[in-house]
Design a protein around this ligand. Structure first.
Ligand code: PLP
Ligand code: COI
Length: 339
């Protein structure tokens, strides 16, 4: 514990003291309990193992200058998890129970919330999965909800530095009327071939296009996409992307900064007109995009010509982080301060 180098954390798993679990059966959730076990056991025919009945969330806790721990937009994560559960026919977790589990797991692991000065955060990973056996394809009758935490640094190794991304037209992540709007494990399995190929080629993420027409920008691997031009924040409207809570927050902050905000389909070619582009998400925060190579059509869209993050991306990043760490007032009611 004494040896954690808080300022040099990567985005990875580190054992902490406890995780918190609650189980659903006979239409009831059990009282949440903390355990120090990192293991789960389940029936070999559990629906999560065979038919992908699993959904997860990602959120963060931050330690302020005042040493207090702040949770960012916990309720939004609770609501999105409910949507994911509806999407793949799992038992829904009540919002209050989600919040109780999150607060409990963070309090039980408070010593792992990185110090303010480090710029790191405690990543919170809630997950829910079907545990009862089915051999035919149908929903489980029993579920486990589990939350673990792990201290993290930046998701993309560059941190808040421009990073290269790639369009690979031979892969799709999610179908137009499929599960792309849910945070379910299957979507991430579907992104692995392209993700590994992109990493081998030196890119940090794949920019997916809409699967129907391959004309519009969908999202950037584990993050949403935004572009900036003419004092306007522009982000895709699509039926196959995850509704990012970071993106929703940035749209609000952009509006607060007097910018116009547009949520609409973005043609790939429009990339050429953006002054700045970025990926945003809980793990990614804001990752400015250096360039996007559209491999099959041999086109490159270049941003950050001087290799530095754009001015507006920087302003948005600073503002978001200031709210998360409690350096600026939480005027939108996004933060839960733990007592
Ligand atoms: N898109 C995908 C596919 C993601 O996995 C994530 C991460 O959660 C995001 C976008 C960003 O969402 P959020 O800002 O809610 O973390
Ligand atoms: C997050 O940003 O919280 C995510 O869940 C991204 C993740 C898939 C690494």
């Amino acid at each position: 514990m004494d040896t954690i180098n808080w300022s040099n954390l990567s985005f990875g798993y580190m054992k902490t003291d406890y995780n918190v679990r609650t189980h659903y059966s006979n239409g009831q959730w059990s009282k949440p309990e903390a355990t120090s076990s990192e293991e789960v056991t389940m029936h070999m025919a559990a629906t999560c193992l065979h038919y992908g009945q699993e959904a997860f969330e990602g959120m963060k806790a931050f330690r302020g200058k005042d040493k207090k721990v702040r949770l960012f937009r916990m309720r939004e994560n609770a609501l999105r998890l409910q949507k994911s559960c509806q999407g793949i026919m799992m038992a829904e977790l009540p919002i209050e129970l989600f919040e109780e589990c999150i607060i409990k797991v963070v309090k039980e692991n408070e010593r792992f919330v990185p110090p303010y000065e480090s710029g790191a955060a405690l990543y919170i990973r809630p997950l829910i999965y079907g545990t009862s056996p089915q051999v035919g394809v149908s929903p489980a009758t029993e579920y486990t909800f589990l939350v673990f935490v792990t201290p993290v640094g930046p998701y993309f190794k560059e941190g808040f530095k421009p990073t290269p991304m790639v369009i690979m037209r031979e892969f799709d992540r999610a179908a137009p009327l499929g599960t792309g709007t849910y945070k379910v494990g299957g979507n991430y399995a579907a992104s692995m071939q392209s993700g590994v190929k992109a990493a081998k080629l030196g890119y940090s993420a794949v920019v997916y296009l809409d699967a129907r027409e391959k004309k519009y920008i969908d999202e950037c691997g584990p993050a949403n996409f935004f572009g900036i031009k003419d004092n306007t924040y522009i982000t895709p409207k699509s039926s196959s992307i995850l509704p990012s809570i970071t993106n929703k927050s940035l749209m609000q902050l952009a509006e607060d900064m007097g910018m116009k905000v547009e949520r609409r389909p973005i043609l790939v070619e429009e990339l050429a007109t953006f002054e700045e582009a970025g990926a945003c998400g809980t793990a990614a925060v804001i990752s400015p995009i250096l360039k996007i190579d559209d491999l099959q059509v041999e086109k490159t869209y270049q941003f950050c010509k001087d290799g530095q993050p754009g001015r507006i991306s920087k302003q948005l990043y600073d503002k978001l982080r200031a709210i998360q760490y409690g350096d600026e007032p939480d005027v939108h009611g996004w933060v839960t301060i733990l007592d």
